[in-house]
Design a protein around this ligand. Sequence first.
Ligand SMILES: Cc1cc2nc3c(=O)[nH]c(=O)nc-3n(C[C@H](O)[C@H](O)[C@H](O)COP(=O)(O)O)c2cc1C
Length: 257
Amino acid sequence: MKVEYYVFSGTGNTLTIAKEVGRRLEENGNEVNLHMIGKFNSFRMSGESVLGLAFPIAFFSSYPLVLRFIASLPEGKGRYIFMTATMGGSALGAEGKFRRLVRQKGYKPMGSELFVMPGNYNNGVIPVEKNQELISAALEKARSFADKLSEGKASWNRGIPLIPSMWYKLVSSGRSLRFFYRMFPIMVDNDKCMKCNRCLENCPVGAINKKGEYPFINKNLCESCQRCVAFCPAHAIVVPGKPAEQYRAVEFEEFQI
Ligand SMILES: Cc1cc2nc3c(=O)[nH]c(=O)nc-3n(C[C@H](O)[C@H](O)[C@H](O)COP(=O)(O)O)c2cc1C
C-alpha cells in the first residue's frame, strides 16, 4: 500500500501514535507519507493510495478543524481509508459516525482504532508512571493495528447511530466549543511571556494574534486543542484558576514533520 496519512495533533498524543502506525506499516513493506492537518491543507492522493486519518477525540467527536478537514476531502471514488484516534477515556461510539461520513464521501472503510493516551488537560500533577504505562500499551496497540491493516484484517466499528451524530452536530455548530471555552478560557500571562511568537506561529486555526506586544487569543476562533498551552516555553499560556502542569507527548521540534 501507499498511504497518505493526515494527522492532527494538539499536544502530541495523536502524532506519537500516527508515527508508530506509520513506522510499522513501513516495516511491513508499505510506503507512508505523513501530512499535518493545519491552517492550509492540500491533498496528495495519487493512483491507488490509501488515505489515513489521525486525530484526537474531542467533545466525543473531534475538533471543528478536523471535522472541516473531513468534510473537505475530495470524493473517495472507492479509495480505501482508515482512522486512528486518541482519547483520554471515551469516544461514545464516535468512530461509527466517522465511518458513515467517509462512506458518504465514497471511501471504503478499511479499519479504525481508538487509543487511550494520557489526558492532555487539567493535569494538576502529571502521573508520570501511569502515563508511561498508557503510552506503552497504546504503542503496542498501534503496531498491532498496523499489522491488521497490512493483512487486510482490520475492522471499523459501526458504533451506535444517534449519540455520536448528536455530538457531531454540537461540535460542528460551535456550541460545545463555546460552552467549553466559557468555562475554561485560555489566557496569556504577559508577565511570563517571552514574546517568542511560537504560539502565534503554531496555532492550527490562526486564533492567536498580537495585542500590543503580547499574544492575544481570539475566543471566537480558538478550538481549545491546547497546543499553545503545551508548547509555550515560558509556561505563559494558562487556563486561569486551573494551575495545571504542562502536558505534551513530544518535544516541540519533533512536532515539525
Ligand atoms: C477540549 C478537549 C476535549 C476533549 N474531549 C475528549 C472526549 O470527549 N473524550 C475523550 O476520551 N478525551 C477527550 N479529550 C482528551 C484528548 O482526546 C486526548 O488527550 C488526546 O489524546 C489528545 O491528543 P493530542 O495530544 O494529539 O492533541 C479532550 C481534550 C481536550 C483538550
